[in-house]
Design a protein around this ligand. Structure first.
Ligand code: G6Q
Length: 556
């Protein structure tokens, strides 16, 4: 593969806006949010933006009007608008894989035209969506039957990384809208426990496996799919059962056929939709089977609305741009190492895990697009848990620890499961946390409560901990779509500023290659010639020793 031409932009740290932000940071880094709110009674209303049903309050960030203006200037100097257009119009912005990045085409309406290499790809997208909808209808209507004539009641998604995290997150998030008379499970890990636990209470006669693998070459997925095949055949015996109990989502027709899945039962996708950006493609088939085609379409509509907002709204009112720039502000000027994502919605329990892949696989890069080592930090570590659970574990460190941890709080005004006062109590906690983090509690306030002097330092809260609050009316398929696209484009914004390729993932290759080399060393009956470092060699020997004991035990 020859090196593609990359126009070398001016180094980030030499851009005028970057330098101005460095100087500005010196001026504002000690300014307290208490002061900023006292100086401007309208701050909470001014530093807010709204789009597609999401209200973003970013007033509790350590910024002034000047900070915002400089961050926006930085976005302009980095040609964010031009880069976004390059993505939306199918330019091969995934430079190291020489691919277009067109996940936004997955939610384009039928009438849109998006031409890639001379071909309009929108009809292909809709042909697959239609096929998914028809298949979903057949399963729900009991027209698609298992091999023994029983309807399908269980769906097991087999996939990993981008072929798992998006679908499982969306399923959990939209469970409220799902077909409750069916069971949905997700198997990703090559650890046999994952498969064993996911299938132990299911009847093979009523179970459909959706094997999701863009490449159909992934070790974990193929190994689990093989286990599924054996699990089905153990009960149903006849090879013809495979056709009724397996469908595939892939770009690899030959691989799917070799596995024994009929090409008619394969749902296609394309190399321009990256794994972690593919939950809205056929990779979302299990999500659609759970929530139905209409709800899936609503999720796509939400994503589409956010795409259009990102593409056209002025940056100062553009939610993904604002969130992306604020992330850069803390990452590069305050040296914050992590971002906490804290949904106050139990259905979003897998959202932080999903975001970890989206953000860290996209922006965990150490070289720029033209291969030069960056001399600034790139992607921060994302983590989180739903509120209020986190309040009783790790929030302590966010409030009183020594690190600065910017947080994204996500909340909804209406509960999906109204239960006594629960929702008001939940939301009161969300608002209270952002207030406590921003304003803290001064020594004087603590003392005035009658706290003895020696205890005052322990009980005071410095505050000045920055937060964003994203508030929506209700968690719906559409809202979820907006939220996902909000983060996708925020990640994009950060990647453009850092001049990196947010769409490759070479960092996962080395471990995979070393595992391939290690597998025979663990499995061979003869003592292998080990040529690793002394640590790895010893670990392998120890494993072999104990494993042999278990294998001897198994066979005795
Ligand atoms: C995502 C990555 C990666 C990928 C998995 C599964 O952006 O590319 O997480 O999704 O490795 O790959 P397959 O779908 O090809 O099995």
């Amino acid at each position: 593969m020859s090196k593609p031409p990359v126009t070398r932009p001016p180094p980030l740290v030499q851009r005028p806006a970057w330098k101005a932000l460095q100087a500005h940071h010196q001026k504002v880094r000690e300014v307290h949010l208490r002061q900023l709110f006292a100086d401007d009674p309208l701050r909470g209303e001014r530093f807010a933006a709204e789009a597609c049903g999401l209200y973003l309050d970013y007033s509790k960030n350590r910024i002034t009007d000047e900070t915002l203006q400089l961050l926006l200037q930085l976005a302009g100097e980095c040609e964010l608008r031009e880069h976004a257009e390059a993505m939306f119009t199918g330019r091969k912005i995934n430079v190291t894989e020489q691919r277009a990045v067109l996940h936004t085409a997955l939610r384009a309406p039928r009438e849109e035209r998006i031409v890639l290499d001379g071909i309009d790809i929108v009809p292909q997208v809709h042909a697959v969506l239609d096929k998914m909808a028809e298949f979903t209808r057949q399963i729900h209507a009991g027209e698609w039957l298992g091999f023994t004539g029983l309807p399908i009641r269980n769906v097991v998604n087999i996939g990993i990384g981008g072929s798992d995290l998006g679908p499982v997150m969306a399923y959990e998030a939209l469970r409220h809208y799902s077909h409750r008379d069916m069971t949905f499970r997700f198997v990703s890990n090559i650890d046999g426990t994952d498969f064993a636990e996911a299938t132990r209470d299911l009847k093979p006669e009523e179970t459909l496996f959706v094997v999701c693998s863009k490449t159909f070459k992934t070790l974990e997925t193929l190994t689990n799919a093989q286990a599924a095949r054996e699990w089905i055949l153990r009960k149903l015996v006849d090879e013809r059962a495979i056709a009724r109990h397996f469908v595939a989502v892939s770009t690899n027709v030959e691989g799917v056929a070799k596995f024994g899945i009929d090409a008619r039962h394969m749902f296609g996708l394309w190399d321009w939709a990256g794994g972690r950006y593919s939950m809205d493609s056929a990779i979302g088939l299990t999500t659609m089977l759970a929530i139905g085609a209409e709800n899936f379409q609503a999720m796509l509509a939400g994503m589409r609305a956010m795409d259009q907002h990102f593409r056209s709204a002025p940056f100062g009112r553009n939610l993904p741009v604002l969130m992306g720039l604020l992330a850069v502000w803390y990452n590069n000027f305050f040296d914050a190492q992590t971002v906490a994502v804290l949904p106050y919605e139990q259905y979003l329990k897998r959202f932080p895990a999903y975001l970890q892949q989206l953000t860290m696989e996209s922006n965990g890069k150490h070289v720029t697009l033209d291969g030069a080592r960056v001399d600034y930090q790139t992607g921060p570590i994302y983590w989180g848990e739903p509120g209020t659970n986190g309040q009783h574990s790790f929030y302590q460190l966010i409030h009183q620890g020594t690190r600065l941890i910017p947080c994204d709080f996500i909340g909804f005004c209406q509960p999906l499961n109204p239960l006594a006062r629960h929702h008001d109590l939940l939301t009161a906690n969300l608002f209270a946390q952002t207030e406590a983090l921003a304003f803290g509690k001064t020594q004087e306030e603590v003392r005035a409560e009658g706290t003895p002097d020696w205890l005052v330092p322990h009980r005071m809260f410095e505050g000045n901990r920055p937060t964003n609050t994203v508030l929506a009316e209700r968690l719906t398929p559409e809202t979820l779509g907006c939220l996902v696209a909000l983060y996708e484009h925020s990640v994009f914004t950060q990647g453009v500023i850092w001049q990196i390729d947010s769409f490759d993932q070479w960092g996962v290759e080395l471990g995979k290659a070393l595992a391939e080399r290690t597998i025979p060393e663990l499995e061979s009956p003869q003592e292998p010639q080990l040529e690793h470092d002394s640590s790895t060699n010893t670990l392998i020997r120890r494993y072999r020793q104990f494993r042999k004991l278990q294998k001897t035990g198994d066979s005795s």
